[in-house]
Design a protein around this ligand. Structure first.
Ligand code: MTE
Ligand code: MO
Length: 512
């Protein structure tokens, strides 16, 4: 009884360590971008007043981050020990403490940019591990105490103590194993991230947004999509982490000579750069799965010419490091367009989740048939000889983009002052270009919008129009015309099998 408080504190410490270690391992294995403890550390940094931060940097120098994480771990150790002690009399207090700690983690993760659902998995695992581990240890501590007090169940005190100690050792082992798994799994990502940070690719320039591309209406999606806001679509629950030195692209199949390109082989070639708008076939009418960035890479046409496609070949089956596949028409990879093996996005090496170190990009095609991230294999072949990832699931083998337009301002359901109302948005038909955008109010005549500039036919274009709206409810819709004269259809089609159609329509209310 005398020493039992210490044992309870030890149980709390062990349970805390197991939860942290398993959460750390989960974060590393799942390669979530923001591990909970790191997110908390970053949150603390963000909330630290300037003078305190300067003192910390002065005192700890470049070890400031290490000092902060260590500090957080020390505080956690104290909290864990206290929760363990509390659990002896008040189990609910320990559970409440764990829930509060997990909530702090959730808040910190939410505060990070671009959090995904998977970022919360390590917190859930940690919380579960805390509660289960403490429950198991507490159960044995109670038996031990009971036996020592001479109560039921009868048994030898030394045996119950030995059982508890054995269990404590196992628990410590789990914590250490979790930590080691986390280290090993995190190493690959760290290596890829570090090589990415150190990478300087000759010929890659910073983006300079061309003049006149914006209509200057607040609320319209920015013409250049920042990489951190660029939509993310892939099937990889665990993102490949490939250091450039470990990357190789094999081009084979119906070719005269098979090619193997290392990263250095690739970037020693002439770099091409372009503004290109990429969109997803799963984008609903009016949806946000579209973005425009400054891409740098190497044109695929000369590389494929070097391999020498054989007569009869009409497709390239691309395979990602994670096994995902897509089929791209050989023609679009070899014509005059800037189909490229991209190595940089917005002037920086590709972010890992956008395909680092190399992805394909083809203006004029939906991503699912062209924009292979982490691309490692290209087989020149025929469409009648394979089925790719999404074609297996009912999507069309061919995926040229469809003309689309979107109203960004006002937003659907908005109240606007009656009278003059500015309406604006974007339209796109990559590699053909947009020649006109029109807006219709309440089924009336189509009214022409003003288009902003574009550097090429491969990007989206912003548009705006000033409307006069009387008081009341209104329905606005938009349609575009491409540079071949094709007017966007109002016929509604689902995203399956080859992209949605229909006019983006919003309902607003003009108020006096
Ligand atoms: N390896 C791999 N590449 C992929 C995908 C994928 O699931 N795995 N999804 C594709 C789809 S459907 C789209 S729309 C684009 C999205 O690219 P982004 O995530 O960089 O915006 O990537 C394409 N490339
Ligand atoms: Mo997509």
């Amino acid at each position: 009884m005398r020493t039992s408080r210490l044992w309870w504190a030890l149980a709390g410490l062990l349970a805390g360590a197991v939860g942290l270690a398993l959460s750390y391992a989960a974060a590393a294995v799942l390669r979530v971008r923001v591990a909970p403890v790191v997110a908390v550390a970053e949150g603390v940094t963000a909330l630290t007043p300037g003078p305190v931060a300067r003192w910390a940097i002065d005192t700890f120098d470049t070890n400031d981050k290490l000092a902060l994480v260590s500090g957080i771990l020390v505080i956690l150790a104290v909290v864990f020990a206290l929760l363990g002690r509390a659990a002896r009399q008040r189990w609910w207090l320990a559970v409440t403490g764990y829930v509060v700690l997990a909530a702090v983690g959730v808040v910190a993760v939410v505060a990070e940019p671009n959090t995904a659902f998977v970022d919360f998995v390590p917190i859930a695992i940690g919380l579960l591990a805390w509660i289960v581990t403490l429950a198991v240890l507490a159960e044995w501590l109670r038996r031990w105490e009971l036996v020592e007090a001479g109560g039921e169940p009868a048994g030898e005190p030394t045996r119950t103590r030995r059982n508890f100690l054995a269990l404590a050792a196992v628990t410590a082992g789990i914590a250490v194993a979790g930590g080691l798994v986390g280290r090993a799994a995190g190493a690959a990502r760290r290596k890829a991230e570090q090589s990415r940070r150190l990478l300087r690719i000759e010929g890659v320039t910073a983006p300079a947004v061309p003049k006149g591309v914006t209509v200057g209406v607040e609320g319209v999606a920015p013409w250049q999509t920042p990489s951190s806001d660029f939509y993310l679509i892939d099937t990889a629950f665990i993102k490949p982490t490939i250091a450039p030195a470990d990357w190789e692209l094999r081009i084979h199949g119906m070719v005269e000579r098979e090619l193997r390109l290392s990263y250095d082989d690739l970037v020693s070639r002439e770099v091409t750069e372009d503004w290109i708008t990429l969109n997803c076939v799963s984008n609903e009418v009016g949806g946000k799965l579209v973005g425009n960035a400054w891409w740098s890479g190497v044109r695929l046409a000369p590389i494929l010419a070097e391999a020498g496609p054989l007569p009869g070949a009409d497709a390239v089956l691309q395979t990602s490091d994670d096994g995902w596949t897509c089929g791209t028409p050989l023609r679009v990879l070899t014509d005059e367009r800037n189909a490229m093996l991209a190595v940089a996005m917005n002037g920086e090496p590709l972010p890992i989740e956008h395909g680092f170190p190399v992805r394909t990009l083809v203006p004029g095609l939906y991503g699912y048939v062209s924009a292979c991230k982490w691309v490692v294999d290209m087989e020149v072949t025929r469409f009648d000889r394979f089925s790719a990832y999404w074609t297996d699931k009912g999507w069309s083998a061919q995926g040229p983009v469809k003309i689309a337009s979107r109203i960004d301002v006002p937003h659907d359901g908005a109240d606007v002052p009656a009278g003059e109302v500015v309406c604006a948005g974007a339209a796109w038909m990559q590699h053909t270009g947009i020649s006109a955008v029109e807006v219709q109010v309440d089924g009336g005549p189509w009214q022409p919008a003003t288009l902003a500039n574009v550097p090429s036919v491969d990007t989206w274009v912003q548009w705006r129009i000033s409307l006069t709206l009387p008081e009341g409810d209104h329905r606005l819709r938009v349609r575009a015309t491409d540079k071949d004269g094709n007017v966007q259809t109002g016929a509604i089609a689902d995203v399956v099998p080859d992209g949605a159609t229909g006019w983006h329509t919003i309902a607003i209310t003009a108020k006096a």
